[in-house]
Design a protein around this ligand. Structure first.
Ligand code: IPM
Ligand code: MG
Length: 351
């Protein structure tokens, strides 16, 4: 019996719907395993702009810092598209949260579920055995460099320190050790100086991991290799913007963005967990949104921030059963609503 205290930031669009389904599943888990849930719910993104005039209110940030475990829905939508820079829901909330909590390791898995093979626009031989994880550096690079306008145009500076590259490389090698022991580092070292530093530091880090195989690929080539020989990758290590692009591409290998969770981690147990999909404003409020990625994000939080492996495994098994049995929303060929899926998985967890 223990308290599970986390910050819940549903955000915008379908965020609150998939969030409600995930919280429903968490309540079922808590009942079954005798835990007490303490959910600090806060505004973020567009919802926070509307209510408080800022995408990341001080009390939201304070709660995230205090609990160190954050379950996030999604932020943004057409209503706030006219806003610029840090006034925007995504830029003004996600990026500062990543920076303030030092969430430098972003992890996004790619493993097609057998029940979703027909959703994937690639021949089955390209999908069999695909099981890799992208480790994306999340608090450096072009996202956080100096940006601006001058009389010549606009600029976004890309910088990496040796220490920033080293710590994310260590995460990738450590993760590879728990898996198939291979790291593929992705850069653009034929053009970019930051990529040359990246490659040097990764090669040096690899010396401490002689049991892990290391290969390097240029990012443009990687966009092809990911789809044509995805089976050969285990841990893909890359910098912030390349990781942003490659993880969207990787989601194609999984049949749906609606089933992929992600974790943004600092050192220790501090982490933010969220689906990789966005706020999907076109289907918001209709009960159509697929909550599986959010539910898997919640189980990832249990495992990583609270060390509750059995509880997380029970939720993952329930999601697996929902997928295999077709207890899904319309995007995956099922006929259930968002809350129906949450209820079904909650019941399965209760056993
Ligand atoms: C992601 C998103 C964000 C990013 C946006 C919304 C700022 O695309 O988490 O991948 O670019 O990091
Ligand atoms: Mg992205």
């Amino acid at each position: 019996m223990s308290d599970i205290r986390f910050t819940y930031v549903p955000g915008d669009g379908i965020g609150p719907e998939v969030g409600a389904a995930a919280n429903n599943v968490l309540h079922a888990m808590a009942e079954k395993y005798g835990h007490e849930l303490k959910i600090d719910k806060h505004l973020i993104g567009g919802a926070a702009i509307d209510a408080m005039g800022t995408p990341l209110p001080a009390n939201t940030l304070a709660s995230c810092q205090e609990t160190g475990a954050i379950l996030l829905g999604a932020v943004g939508g057409p209503k706030w598209d006219h806003l610029k820079g840090a006034d925007r829901p995504e830029l003004g909330s996600l990026l500062p949260l990543r920076k303030e909590l030092n969430l430098y390791t972003n992890i996004r898995p790619a493993k097609p579920h057998p029940a979703l093979m027909d959703n994937i626009p690639l021949r089955p031989e390209y999908l069999q055995g695909v099981d890799f994880i992208v480790v994306r550096e999340l608090t450096g690079g072009i996202y956080f460099g100096k940006k601006g306008r001058d009389n010549l145009g606009a600029y976004d500076e890309c910088r990496y320190s040796e220490a920033e590259v080293k710590r994310i490389a260590v995460k990738a090698f450590e993760l590879a050790r728990t898996r198939r022991k291979k790291v593929t580092s992705v850069d653009k070292s034929n053009v970019l100086e930051t990529s040359r530093l990246w490659r040097e530091v990764v090669i040096k880090t690899a010396e401490d991991y002689p049991d892990v195989e290391l290969e390097h690929l240029l990012v443009d080539a990687m966009t092809m290799h990911m789809l044509t020989r995805g089976q050969e990758f285990d841990v893909i290590l890359t910098e912030n913007m390349f990781g942003d692009i490659l993880t969207d591409e990787a989601s194609v290998l999984c049949g749906s963005m609606g089933v992929i969770p992600s974790a943004s981690l600092s050192d220790g147990k501090v982490g933010m967990y969220e689906p990789i999909h966005g706020s999907a404003p076109d289907i918001a409020g209709q009960g159509k949104a697929n909550p599986l990625a959010m539910i898997l994000s919640a189980s990832w939080m249990l495992r990583t921030s609270f060390g509750l492996d059995d509880e997380a495994n029970a939720i993952d098994a329930a999601v697996d059963a929902a997928l295999s049995g077709g207890h899904t929303t319309g995007d995956l060929g099922g006929s259930l609503s968002t809350s129906d899926v949450g209820n079904w998985i909650g019941e399965y967890v209760r056993g």
